[in-house]
Write a new protein. Structure first.
Length: 389
């Protein structure tokens, strides 16, 4: 899972990285909204996803999600010797999570004999544009990044395209094309994540009288896509369910966000389950919830990091960490470049449905202190595709 992050989201950071959170439109206050759902649901009754419950479709999907994946999702070898000596610029946002991302990428580039150069992108739109301008000046063989919507660096992206320098992003709401060579963990990945969290909630809550809270970041595109997908899945399976949204500003992360969320729960006592956009937003929540006298909150989030995994282990509110594993996703970016540099098609790399998603619970949590992938032998699987034995 996306682990060992002080990372956003350790953004998601997310996949995603927090730098993306500064996209134009970020506000300074939160906004709470609610809406009912509509759609065709089923009507049996039970809980804990034991089968024959209120939401059999959700139970079936969640049962698959909770199985630890064994494949990286790619099967076709590169098939040609991968050239050494490539120089890759990594646009690194200014949060601890992005340092973790750099380490993961560097492990892969070292194997291939490439050099990974980090460019500090800070956390503001101006800093991000400047980082991409530095990449233009560097003339690397490729540019990698995470969580930066193209709207923040469109002019620089087009300059890189004229120079025929490939640009690959991870965990953004953009589709590849028009200068953007590839996106790993794009909109379809966010939609899958929202659906997965909804399936978990429905299969474990088992009630048709359900109000689900959603906490996401103002201006952070992928968190919005996840929230919309979660709501859509609830609408499809539970016509009587309701969602209530708490939209928080990026400035609240690392400051008063736990208090905002605790206040949200006390103001909405019928909310028992809540989707928290990504792991960094969970940091400090148990303490704040306990202090506010909130006892029945159950939280689901995207990815895990060492700051929040102990909550899950100890049974402190956190029920689920759902996401695509960071190591496998970032090594997929490197695989894409390996195929590009050898003239091989890389369409398979861009199929987010094949990424190794995993719904981690307290029963399956591998560690609270060390980074872990979803696919135990992902390194060996990639080495085989790259002809490294």
């Amino acid at each position: 899972m996306r682990f060992l992050r002080g990372r956003v989201h350790g953004l998601f950071v997310i996949g995603a990285c927090v730098a993306a959170l500064v996209v134009a439109g970020c506000g300074g206050s939160d906004d709470t909204t609610s809406s009912g759902t509509s759609g065709a649901g089923s009507t049996a009754g039970s809980t804990e996803a034991e089968g024959g419950g209120a939401f059999p479709a959700a139970e079936k999907a969640n049962a698959e999600n909770e199985k630890r994946p064994t494949s990286i999702g790619l099967t076709k070898p590169v098939g040609k010797p991968i050239p050494k000596g490539k120089v890759i610029d990594f646009i690194q946002c200014g949060v601890p999570a992005c340092e973790t991302e750099r380490q993961i990428l560097e492990e892969a580039t070292d194997l291939l004999g490439w050099k990974l150069k980090s460019i500090d992108a800070g956390v503001t739109p101006e800093e991000i544009k400047a980082a991409y301008q530095q990449a233009i000046n560097d003339r690397p063989d490729a540019v990698l990044s995470s969580g930066n919507p193209r709207a923040l660096y469109e002019q620089e992206l087009q300059q890189l395209a004229k120079l025929e320098i490939p640009v690959v992003q991870a965990f953004v709401g953009d589709e590849p094309g028009n200068g953007l060579t590839g996106v790993v963990g794009g909109p379809k990945a966010s939609e899958h994540e929202g659906k997965g969290m909804a399936d978990f909630i429905l299969s474990h809550a088992g009630s048709e009288d359900l109000t689900v809270g959603q906490v996401y970041v103002n201006g952070f595109e992928t968190t919005v896509i996840v929230a919309e997908s979660l709501k859509k899945e609830l609408e499809a399976q539970c016509p009587s369910c309701e969602t209530k949204d708490l939209v928080v500003p990026v400035a609240s992360i690392g400051s008063d966000l736990p208090q905002r969320v605790a206040s949200f729960f006390t103001s909405n006592p019928n909310v028992e389950w809540a989707s928290i956009a990504y792991s960094d937003l969970v940091v400090g929540l148990p303490t704040a919830l306990k202090g506010a006298g909130v006892e029945n909150a159950k939280l689901v989030t995207l990815n895990l990091n060492t700051a929040i995994a102990p909550y899950m282990e100890k049974g402190e509110y956190l029920e689920l960490g759902f996401d695509v594993s960071f190591p496998e996703a970032y090594w997929r970016e490197i695989d894409l470049l390996a195929r590009l540099f050898t003239g091989q098609p890389y369409e398979e790399d861009l199929d987010d449905s094949t990424l190794p998603y995993w719904a981690v619970t307290a029963e399956t949590l591998p560690s609270t202190t060390e980074e872990f992938p979803a696919v135990v032998d992902y390194e060996e699987q990639y080495k085989k595709l790259w002809g490294l034995g």
